[in-house]
Design a protein. Structure first.
Length: 573
């Protein structure tokens, strides 16, 4: 049974509460005594991450501690791409051996290949060597070879030239999205997503990197979880389309630098301390089977290069698909997540920054926060005159919590209606605000079906304030570095699930985005996924991405002159 664990077992978030029978358990830790009240401990409430089970016991995982199914943003704005995946199939009619021509199967195969105008095969995987003899004899010496860059990756009896499939994967820290693509036509045949199973070890990248660093098998465990998640999606996509998984000839994986390193089994130590250097920032091809992923016996996974320690190949894929710079003077591209990557392209020059925006926008960190799932409040309207609050929920279900876009709307409404002041303090005398004499104030947004108040607390407002300041200061630094202002922008792209669902006007109201003409904003969905598909379908796109990657300049915010001043200014509402 999965348990939500935003802090990755550090004992700081208190979200992994379970109810247990007292026997056969470790005594409450110091951390638990800080996070849980005496009454909760008396009721048998414990933090799952801090409790050791010594024998038989019974554990109840309450609703609030269970991860909810989340709305996953899979589709992104796509461009049509002429297929040229680099992997191809060749149908060969191989002369059968005779007593007067008893040459070996492989020699005959290579001769037939060179007669067809191709080069002889390079190195051949041992599993494929074993398939050559049976494949040649099964369909009267007619075989189809799948070749990628001169290497044999699959051999099948008969003519299978129509079936060339590939899978593009966007490995995010929160979700994994995968797309099955017909590489003959470039058409996407199916898309699937799932939460990244690594979430059990922390919702943000920092928690996972510290898990990888602190446990002997931590990095391996995280790698295995990513492999399991991707493999599950690949098999499900193939099953849905009626395609055997070994017909997948090529895979492309994009992701942030930490995900890239963890999946490849690269050390993440250099990502945890300044100057945050990746181990490898070149494109890599790795055999799918070496990572334990499905596919044709010799199928490779292409990993486009990360841009910097905290700007990954997912951002590169997004820039590729967002028609960077075409006909625009100044384009700002923002991919909002627990780590937000921002690029500014001005006159053919692109500069990128990475901001630690944290999980506040994903809803999970707030008091009543939850992921975007049925029952989550996704829109909030506050009348600026009367301060009356209205909400709408996903699926029109009874409200059970607030997701990221709802919290953003709510804070924007609170700012506009004067419920929150410019410094981020909730005003005690505002309508709908409740507060005890000693406790911080909170706004009652609505009630659950059981009559419990769903609130946005002072701490929630502060979390949003820090997250929006991280993003806005990154934007301001980029504009300052180029000597432009918001009025010079003629394009603003918001990508990622949160960037797709938010109301950009709310984002401007709280100052997360600079005030721009709403008409220049495009919400493009999962642009990283769409970019991964382009990278899968076309070798030209791969070269284009490498070119974009080479030209991007990375700016480290913490060493930018006066960065703290930019951040302090961005904190104000
Ligand atoms: S307190 Fe247990 S996962 Fe955060």
């Amino acid at each position: 049974m999965e348990i939500t664990a935003p802090c990755g077992g550090q004992g700081s978030c208190g979200r992994c509460r379970v109810q247990v029978e007292a026997d056969s358990l470790s005594l409450p830790s110091e951390r638990e005594r800080e996070v849980l009240s005496d009454a909760e401990l008396d009721e048998g409430i414990r933090l799952a991450c801090h409790t050791t089970v010594d024998g038989r016991t019974r554990v109840f995982v309450p609703e609030m501690s269970r991860p909810r199914r989340q709305q996953l943003q899979l589709s992104g704005k796509t461009r049509s791409v002429v297929p040229n995946p680099g992997v191809r199939k060749v149908l060969l009619e191989v002369p059968a051996p005779t007593l007067s021509d008893p040459r070996a199967d492989l020699d005959r195969l290579n001769e037939a290949l060179t007669s067809a105008g191709a080069l002889p095969l390079g190195e051949i995987d041992s599993a494929l060597l074993g398939r050559i003899g049976p494949a040649l004899r099964q369909d009267d010496w007619s075989v189809t070879l799948s070749i990628d860059g001169g290497d044999l990756i699959q051999i099948e009896p008969g003519d299978t030239t129509e079936d060339i499939y590939g899978i593009a994967v966007d490995l995010g820290s929160t979700k994994i999205a995968a797309y099955l693509v017909d590489l003959n036509t470039g058409e996407t045949l199916g898309a699937r997503g799932k939460m990244n199973p690594q979430m059990a070890y922390g919702e943000d990248i920092a928690s996972r990197l510290s898990y990888a660093a602190e446990r002997a098998d931590g990095a391996h465990r995280l790698q295995q979880l990513a492999v399991d998640g991707i493999g599950e999606l690949m098999r499900a996509l193939c099953e849905e389309a009626g395609i055997p998984p070994d017909h997948v000839l090529k895979v492309v994986v994009v992701g942030n630098t930490a995900m890239h390193h963890l999946l490849l089994g690269l050390s993440t130590t250099s990502l945890t301390a300044a100057p945050f250097v990746p181990v490898a920032a070149t494109p890599l091809d790795v055999r799918a089977k070496d990572l334990g992923l499905p596919g044709a016996p010799g199928a490779t996974i292409y990993f486009p290069p990360p841009i910097a320690g905290f700007v990954g190949s997912d951002h590169l894929a997004m820039l590729l698909t967002s028609e960077l710079n075409r006909g625009r003077r100044a384009l700002l591209s923002i991919d909002i997540g627990t780590n937000t990557e921002i690029s500014l392209s001005v006159r053919g020059r692109t500069t990128a920054v990475s901001c630690a925006s944290g999980p506040a926008f994903e809803g999970a960190a707030a008091c009543w926060g939850m992921r975007a799932a049925p029952g989550a409040i996704e829109r909030v309207w506050i009348d600026p005159e009367t301060q009356a609050v209205r909400v709408s929920t996903i699926g029109d279900a009874e409200p059970i919590g607030i997701c990221g876009s709802g919290i953003l709307d709510c804070v924007a409404g609170m700012v506009e209606a004067g419920i929150v002041n410019a410094r981020g303090h909730i005003q005690r005398d505002a309508r709908g605000v409740r507060a005890t004499a000693e406790g911080p104030p909170e706004l009652v947004v609505t009630e659950t079906a059981e009559g419990e108040a769903i609130t946005v607390t002072q701490r929630d407002v502060e979390q949003i304030q820090l997250a929006k300041a991280a993003i806005r200061s990154g934007i301001e630094v980029l504009m300052d570095n180029e000597g432009i202002s918001a009025a010079d922008l003629d394009g603003l792209i918001l990508a990622g699930a949160f960037g797709t669902f938010i109301d950009p006007l709310s984002a401007m109201e709280i100052g997360m985005l600079p005030a721009v003409e709403p008409g220049i904003i495009s919400q493009v969905g999962n642009a990283a996924g769409a970019g991964a598909v382009e990278l899968l379908v076309s070798t030209e796109r791969r070269l284009e991405a490498l070119d974009i990657g080479r030209k991007i300049e990375y700016l480290e915010l913490t060493v930018y002159p006066d960065y703290s001043r930019f951040f302090a200014r961005a904190l104000r509402f």
